[in-house]
Design a protein around this ligand. Structure first.
Ligand code: RTP
Ligand code: MG
Length: 137
């Protein structure tokens, strides 16, 4: 079993899509090991996305991620990292396959409904950024 870190981003939460996304998470066979609603500050969003700090979209991305509440989750499944990224679909909803979350709920490359860790090392960092060990028992 593997764990990954996922976010229902502020666009999807504000649009009332959290329930449908959670329902899809269950039906695809993930176990939700941790879950909380947070309203990130700009500084917290910058810390989370520090790997992207040199990218031209960093300011826009961290403004967006601190623009409203989101839901952060620890998901468990076999090959959870790639399984969750497959379910999310391509970063740009315009390129995302039919049936993926970003295709259904994303509206632009920036406001793309969900986040998922891209490797075991980033999953470990991201899970630890938002959850302590006791919260994931
Ligand atoms: P994420 O980290 O959120 O799961 O998304 P990802 O791996 O598919 O994409 P990544 O390259 O890591 O980019 C992180 C987030 O930054 C925003 N973005 N905006 N304006 C742009 O060109 C642009 N490119 C990326 C998106 O919100 C993306 O999910
Ligand atoms: Mg990424």
């Amino acid at each position: 079993m593997e764990r990954t870190f996922a976010i229902i981003k502020p666009d999807a939460f504000a649009a009332g899509h959290a329930g449908q996304i959670l329902s899809r998470i269950y039906s695809e066979g993930f176990k939700i090991v941790g879950l909380k609603k947070l309203y990130l500050s700009k500084v917290e969003a910058e810390g989370f996305y520090a790997v992207h700090s040199a990218r031209p979209f960093f300011g826009e991305l961290t403004d967006f991620m601190s623009s409203g509440p989101c839901v952060v989750m620890a998901l468990e499944a076999e090959n959870a990292i790639s399984k969750w990224r497959d379910l999310m679909g391509a970063t740009n909803p315009a390129d995302a396959a039919e049936g993926t979350l970003r295709k259904e709920f994303g509206t632009s490359i920036g406001e793309n409904a969900t986040h998922g860790s891209d490797a075991p090392e980033t999953a470990a960092f991201e899970l630890g950024y938002f959850f302590n060990g006791l919260e994931l028992l």
